[in-house]
Design a protein around this ligand. Sequence first.
Ligand SMILES: NC(=O)C1=CN([C@@H]2O[C@H](COP(=O)(O)OP(=O)(O)OC[C@H]3O[C@@H](n4cnc5c(N)ncnc54)[C@H](OP(=O)(O)O)[C@@H]3O)[C@@H](O)[C@H]2O)C=CC1
Ligand SMILES: O=C([O-])CC(=O)C(=O)O
Length: 271
Amino acid sequence: MLKIGVFGCGAIGGEICRAIDNGQIEAELYAIYDHHDESLEWVKSSLENFDPQIMEIVEMVREVDLVVECASQQAVYEVVPAALHAKCDVMVVSVGAFVDTQLLEMAENIAREKNCRIYVPSGAICGIDGLISASAAALHSVTLTTEKPPEGLRGAPYVLKNNIDIDSITGRTVLFEGSATEAVQSFPANVNVAATLSLAGIGFDNTRVRIVLNPALTRNIHEIAVEGEFGRFTSRVENVPSPTNPKTSYLAPLSVISTLKKLTQSFNVGT
Ligand SMILES: NC(=O)C1=CN([C@@H]2O[C@H](COP(=O)(O)OP(=O)(O)OC[C@H]3O[C@@H](n4cnc5c(N)ncnc54)[C@H](OP(=O)(O)O)[C@@H]3O)[C@@H](O)[C@H]2O)C=CC1
Ligand SMILES: O=C([O-])CC(=O)C(=O)O
């Protein structure tokens, strides 16, 4: 049975642990880690069947077959090289870290050398399957418009740096327009989806991102528009935010759970 380690026990990590624990994913929840003891306790207390060991990454990668990173872009620097060097597969949720081309190239090189896999789930957006299919021919443009309520954008480095008082904004307001390169650095916990889109499509510099604050919303909306030789498509998802982290949409952990299920099933549907 696949032995899984979960690094980061917040909104996403907690859901993944419970999905393994309740048998939705046929795997063993072998180890968990988070730098907050209370998060580890919170996850452990929600499990009925597995009692995962708490292990720092160096130890975790020696014991498990796959590490799921669901912590932060910073954590990707720690988790991905450690896992791959230990011949352990890795799934990355804080995808924005891969805007760093050195990190991305290093990860690809080690994975090739060690014959390991790096998995990036679709996360909180819909349409990655279509974009991947379309990318087999020329792509002309990829645009993401993310619209969130104030809680979904609070505390982002871009908001703090520009002294934006998000509570004083009363109507739908465009906060940011630019490349995915800038977006994932300015909003590291809000638009990792822009990174996933970039990796699947035309790269970080060419993928356009618009981030909108809308106080009237209760959901996190991601709208994607893709044009290419294949034609054009748009996708729009109105995401229910996670109850424990309003920046994160519930679809994100569901996407990780489905990707993990794909790894353990013999019959798989979709691109
Ligand atoms: N690809 C996608 O579509 C999506 C990606 N994400 C990203 O996924 C990641 C997880 O999201 P979510 O579960 O909502 O986040 P949470 O903040 O709810 O949980 C993450 C947990 O990991 C901890 N953590 C962060 N960095 C480290 C580290 N270096 N070592 C140990 N523990 C660490 C956090 O602590 P602390 O609070 O101190 O940081 C927190 O307890 C985030 O990076 C988020 O931006 C989110 C939604 C969609
Ligand atoms: O969950 C979402 O809506 C998107 C998100 O936070 C991210 O991509 O980082």
